[in-house]
Each structure stands twice: as C-alpha cells, then as structure tokens.
Write a protein that binds this ligand. Structure first.
Ligand code: NAD
Length: 310
C-alpha cells in the first residue's frame, strides 16, 4: 500500500482519510532536513503547504515518489520542471481557500480605511485619542482588483456588497462569471493603477509577475490610495511600498505575504499605515478542512503506482 508523508500542518481528518483508504500516512510535520531526507526514498506521495519546498534535490532523493499534493493554490514552492522530468504528478486545491483569503482582504480594506490598528493601539496605551483617528468609508470608493481568478472574484462580490465600485484587470481572457459581468468593469493595467482608491493583488507568482508592482506602478496610483497584498511575496516591491508610505503617496498598505518568509529585517515594520499578518490568508478552520478533503481526494483519484510496483 502507498506511503504518504504529510510534511506540513493538515487536520487529523486528512490522516484518517488516507488510513481509511488503506494508505500509510506518516506525520512529517516535525521532521528536520536530515529526517526529511531519510524518509524521502520510501514515500510514494507527499503532501505539502507552502512551508515545505519541493526542491530539485528533494525530488531527486524521493526515488519512489509518484505524486506531490499541494494543499493550496501556489505552486511556486515546487520545482515543477524537476517533477515533470521524473513523471511525478503535482495536484493542488484551487479555490479551496479562496473564501478565507477574500474575507481577509475585506478585513484589510476596512481596517486600513478606519485606521483600526492605530485605534486599537491607543486604547492599549490607555489613551482616548479620537481626533487623530478619523478614517474613511469604503462605500463609493473604487477597488482595483489585479488578477480576476477565484479569489479576485470573491473579493469583487464582497466589495460590491459594501457599495464599492469595482474595476479589474487580468492578463488572460477570463470570464467574470454570473452576476459580475454587469457590476464591475475590466480595464487595462495602467488604468487600473490610475483609477482605483484601493488596489488588491491576486495574481500568482510567476516569472512574469515578479516585481509587477514596483516603484513606477506605485507612482501611477492616486495620492492617498491603499494597497493590499494577499497573493505572494515577490509580486509587490516591499521596499518601494515602504517608501511610498513614508512619502505619503500611499495612505496605507496591508501585507499577508512577503518576499522573505518569515519576514526578516524590513522597512515595512517602520513604515506608517502598515498592517501585516504572517501569511494567514488560508488559515481558517473551514478552509483547512476544505483544502484537506480536496487534496486527499485528488491524491487518491490520481494515484498510479509506477509500472511493476503495487
Ligand atoms: P487563480 O489562478 O484562480 O487566479 C489568478 C488570476 O491571475 C488568473 O485569472 C490569471 O489569469 C491572473 N493572472 C496571471 N498572471 C497575470 C498578470 N501578469 N496580470 C494580471 N493577471 C494575471 O488563483 P487564485 O485562487 O485567485 O489565487 C491567486 C493567488 O493568491 C495564488 O496564486 C496564491 O499565490 C495566492 N494565495 C494566497 C493565499 C494566502 O494565504 N495569502 C492563499 C491562497 C492563495
């Protein structure tokens, strides 16, 4: 029977589902690098999130490996070329964490507009500072959505319910889907930057999207606008955002993802108007269950033993 290593945190239901299907599920969440390398040659499948990177040397060491399951969307943590050259399948769970991320984006938009972190901080410092905490409403403001896939569209639905005007840009000819065609507008990339009061980024990290929002793009945004990044570190130039916040060009920015994770020394820590979270976009109980159920089903459905092996 196949052996699957569960390398990153997944709910108990994932272990139970594999065992129910007759697989042996190894808990690899506390393996260090050398323990991981000890186990790699004996596993048939591996289940990861974004923490465990499936690099070329790890794929090389996993001589029996037939399938890599990524609980989540982004495949930037997997060396797809190395997997392909060995005929290893890679499956992920697009859409399973989309609601969780979309809700975090809405939380960020409102928290930025109402200066929630500053208000909270003053209370904990035993101040009652109302006069410097006047915020804005998102109602009637224009939200620009970069990347109109699963998450971008869920953000659009929620922003429309808050009375925002929604414009979006996608590099590919995507269909907005029922209910969204008439309520939001597709625009060119430059127009998106120039027209929105708040910009939220939902493209994957690819060679073509690395550094997509840099100093030049920020400069094209309105003075006093906001930026939210819950996509992937590396798409937005964090140092350029810190400078735009310092100069007052941006009024605020929220980041859930960073070029370096965990975040090391960063100008963002000192920049005004920043909200940061440690890559918790998909971290809801509901999303974890959905991701777990989807990824186990996909691994089992796509499982093909190597020829000559049971
Ligand atoms: P998706 O594939 O459904 O949508 C991505 C969209 O981006 C697609 O419509 C695609 O056409 C578009 N796109 C690609 N390149 C582009 C470009 N250069 N310019 C404009 N549009 C472009 O993916 P999704 O499920 O919506 O997720 C989006 C990203 O969110 C993921 O790739 C992942 O990196 C990130 N994510 C983050 C978290 C988190 O914890 N913060 C959780 C899940 C996903």
């Amino acid at each position: 029977m196949p052996i699957v290593a569960i390398a990153d945190g997944f709910p108990q239901s994932v272990f139970d589902a594999f065992e129910h299907a007759g697989w042996t599920a190894l808990d690899g969440t506390s393996w260090n690098e050398s323990e991981l390398f000890d186990h790699l040659p004996r596993i048939d499948a591996i289940l990861v999130r974004s923490r465990t990177k499936m690099t070329a040397d790890r794929i090389e060491a996993a001589s029996r490996l037939r399938i890599i399951g990524r609980g989540g969307v982004g495949l930037d943590s997997i060396d797809l070329e190395a997997a392909k050259s060995r005929g290893i399948q890679v499956v992920n769970t697009p859409g399973a964490s989309a609601i969780a991320v979309a809700e975090l984006v809405i939380l960020f938009l409102l928290a930025l507009a109402r200066r929630l972190p500053e208000a909270d901080r003053t209370m904990k410092e035993e101040l009652w500072e109302k006069k410097n905490l006047t915020g804005g409403e998102v109602f009637g403001k224009t939200l620009g959505i970069l990347g109109f896939g699963s998450i971008g569209r869920l953000v659009a639905e929620r922003a429309l319910a808050l009375g925002m005007d929604v414009i979006w840009h996608d590099a590919y000819p995507v269909k907005p889907g029922k209910g969204l065609e008439n309520q939001c507008r597709k625009v060119e990339f430059g127009k998106l930057l120039e027209s929105c009061d708040m910009l939220t980024v939902h493209v994957p990290l690819l060679a073509g999207t690395r550094g997509l929002i840099g100093a030049g793009e920020l400069q094209r945004m309105k003075v006093g606008s906001y930026l939210v990044d819950c996509a992937r570190g590396g798409i937005v130039d964090e140092a350029a955002v810190a400078r735009a916040l310092e100069s007052g060009h941006l009024a605020g920015a929220a980041f859930d993802v960073f070029a370096e994770e965990p975040l090391g020394e960063s100008a963002l820590r000192r920049a005004p108007g920043v909200i940061m979270t440690p890559h918790i976009g998909a971290s809801t109980r509901e999303s974890q269950e959905r991701v777990g159920t989807d990824i186990v089903r996909k691994i089992i459905e796509n499982w093909q033993p190597a020829s000559g092996r049971e």
